[in-house]
Write a protein that binds this ligand. Structure first.
Ligand SMILES: NC(=O)c1ccc[n+]([C@@H]2O[C@H](COP(=O)([O-])OP(=O)(O)OC[C@H]3O[C@@H](n4cnc5c(N)ncnc54)[C@H](OP(=O)(O)O)[C@@H]3O)[C@@H](O)[C@H]2O)c1
Length: 360
């Protein structure tokens, strides 16, 4: 396993991280989760990503238990706040009240004294940014959080946060957690250039497009048993990538992967790591053999010809428009057009309970 600097912070992360959205506390049993974590540690993965909302708070508990007994200094534990964790008006978002309460609850569930990286899971349009940044800064000063990051914020929102932090002398954001894979390249035009300027590293999620880029879903065929596409919560989120046109093109990537000496999953993970703005690719896995397969993508260098062939095969399916950033005010429109899952209905101002159970 190779390790990278998280942006211009002093923190090193394993370039392949392991995340437990939709799996721990939900799709797979605790024993299976423990085996995946154990495989990750064996492969040299030290960076683990979760969120208060995953499996309605159970995912943090499962991760905490699986890491109990592991030397705390040898791992980086990353979690997030924003999506609803309870029924109350203040059980959500990035207010000072919810951030402080949610951080303390995450610490209890994770069974640790500090969170290495605490991330704002989305941008909160209802809370003054300075309030959010001060609450994060307080957690850092209390030693409960070591570094702060965001997830799926737009370039201008991150830039505004950097300015406020500088003006008020608050702790700075060091990471962003966006979706990024061979098909979904929304961050490349705006978020990445702005982040590089401010020394912010990308911890990218869904590098395998939730399993679609493994080639195991075939056009016109039923999804394999036990896969995310058959999971109660996961099926809604992966749906976009299961269109026949996309799946057909993914099948045409198989020879590209074979000639590079890789599986399709490894090609997908390695592709994200070719971008120097990426600090880590956060992979998910429902079985330990998937963790091992994906971890082997560390250190792989793809040549220019391979990168070009990937672009050629996927032409027409690659999404680059920054309007697809979920925090964007235009997101609900583009998401509806693309048939993307939306746990938060912006027009109604409500959260769907079923979708929140699987909120990303
Ligand atoms: N910040 C956010 O808003 C956000 C959103 C999404 C994710 N994330 C983070 O990113 C992490 C990873 O996201 P993700 O789970 O969507 O990533 P992913 O790595 O693209 O997809 C993981 C899923 O693909 C399947 N898979 C993985 N490796 C495979 C292999 N080698 N062969 C066959 N199938 C394989 C597994 O599902 P099945 O076996 O069930 O098919 C696995 O659970 C999450 O756990 C979370 O920490 C963050």
């Amino acid at each position: 396993m190779e390790y990278r600097q998280l942006g211009r912070s002093g923190l090193k992360v394993s370039e392949i991280a392991y995340g437990n959205w939709l799996t721990h506390g939900s799709q797979i049993e605790e024993d299976g989760a423990r085996k995946c974590i154990s495989a990750a540690l064996d492969e040299g993965i030290t960076t683990f990503d979760t969120a208060d909302v995953y499996a309605l708070t159970k995912a943090e508990e499962v991760l905490g238990k699986a890491l109990a007994g592991v030397r705390r200094e040898s791992v980086e534990v990353c979690t997030k706040v924003y999506w609803p964790t309870g029924p109350g008006a203040n059980d959500r978002g990035l207010s000072r009240k919810h951030i402080i309460e949610s951080a303390n609850a995450s610490l209890r569930r994770l069974g640790t004294d500090y969170i290495d990286l605490y991330q704002a899971h989305r941008y909160d349009h209802d809370v003054p940014l300075a309030e959010t940044l001060r609450a994060f800064d307080d957690l850092v000063r209390q030693g409960k959080v070591l570094y702060i990051g965001v997830s799926e914020w737009r370039a201008e929102e991150i830039a505004e946060a950097m300015k406020i932090a500088e003006d008020l002398g608050l702790d700075r954001i060091v990471s962003n957690q966006p979706q990024y894979n061979m098909i979904w390249r929304v961050i490349e035009t705006e978020v990445v250039p702005m982040s590089r300027q401010h020394g912010i590293g990308q911890m990218v999620f869904s590098p395998i497009a939730q399993g679609a880029l493994t080639g195991k879903y075939l056009p016109g065929a039923a999804p394999p048993a036990g896969s995310r596409a058959t999971d109660e919560h996961g099926s809604n989120f992966i749906r976009y990538f299961l269109a026949d046109e996309i799946l057909g093109k993914i099948q045409r990537l198989k020879p590209v992967a074979q000639e590079a000496g890789l599986t399709l999953a490894q090609l997908a993970v390695a592709w994200t790591l070719q971008n120097p703005a990426v600090s880590a690719a956060i992979v998910g896995a429902s079985r330990p053999d998937q963790v091992r397969e994906n971890a082997a993508a560390s250190g792989v260098r793809l040549d220019e010809e391979t990168m070009r062939r990937i672009d050629d095969v996927l032409a027409g399916e690659i999404i680059t428009d920054p309007a697809y950033t979920p925090a964007s005010s235009t997101y609900s429109t583009v998401a509806a057009r693309a048939g993307l899952a939306q746990p938060y209905d912006q027009s109604a101002g409500t959260y769907s309970t079923a979708a929140t159970a699987g909120a990303a």
